[in-house]
Design a protein around this ligand. Sequence first.
Ligand code: AN7
Length: 377
Amino acid sequence: MSESKRYQGIIERYRDRLPVTPATQIISLAEGNTPLLRLENIERKIGHAVELYAKVEGQNPTGSFKDRGMTMAVTQAVMDGSEAIICASTGNTSASAAAYAARAGIRAFVLIPDGKIALGKLAQAMIEGAYVIQIKGNFDEGMQLVKKVASGSPLTIVNSINPYRLQGQKTAAFEIIDTLGRAPDIHGIPVGNAGNISAYWTGYSEYAGVSPATASCSFCTDACPYSEIPKVQARPRMFGYQAAGAAPFVLGEMIDDPDTVATAIRIGRPQSWDLAWAAVHESGGALASLTDEEIIQAQRMLADTEGVFCEPASAISVGGILRDVENGNIPEGSLIACTLTGHGLKDPDTAINQSGGRVIEIPAELDAVKRTIFDNL
Ligand code: AN7
């Protein structure tokens, strides 16, 4: 097969918009090129005239959007001669870092919070040969430790504070525009460490030919400079959603003990604080929180209405958007894209516990099978 026809990942596809040269040795697992699925059943069900799409990022090589950033960060780390990468992670970053380190033939050290990591993610990091370090603490504590240990060392941090991560992740916005032929009116996205919302905003801004703000906006107030910047039509309004127990943006301040069923976004001290505020304010968007119950309900609805199984942290985008459509914050006629950040199989425990579906146990006899089926037909 001709190499030029084989899909080779986001760096190859968007190399003119990424920090690479012809000499760059790309470390890729053919990430990106994920489906933009129209959620037709949900559209019909809600009875509002909106066009709703999901960018299904669970279909990336390690099952989350992190792969877009990781291909870029690990490619750069190897070009810089780094022999090891390190990250703190609620799970997906560790799975992705481990995979790309394996692909590159370098070491990965991952710090994960005690207990609160979904089983699938742990399995990935372990089988992919990472040094999995479980700390008696949460993600935010892990992040601080990573920064300290990496400082002045040959380790490359591959959390989203590494600017190459956001460069890779911005390609999801490119793909959405390339698929739709235009930018959506609204983009809904989960917010944890806040790298992804910032990356999407960069991507949308680049395609619209404008630079996103880089100045700091440390707090959401009426006097915020970003609220004065005119909205560029070719960019969507960014709607970010957090879990109610881990919603520093909604509270307007960092928090110490985040907690939520959506363990991926159990983060109280987001690293991309200023960039995320800038994205929301520049775009005329909003930040809101959903309860664990609303999150699980959205996860279940996506699965049993559309057949799309995403993890709880991902479902928050669709749950939040539908609530904002319902309460009029999002106008009728809007074209909306939501990012479903990670695959549902990452967290089988939560799916089974919350599914509400029952496994029916019967004897291995024809009569019993018949009765069970025909009673429920
Ligand atoms: C499924 O893996 O932070 O706001 O360490 O796994 O860019 O942090 C994961 C974050 C949303 C939030 N959805 O994205 C990690 C980690 C899923 C995630 C987010 C994460 P950011």
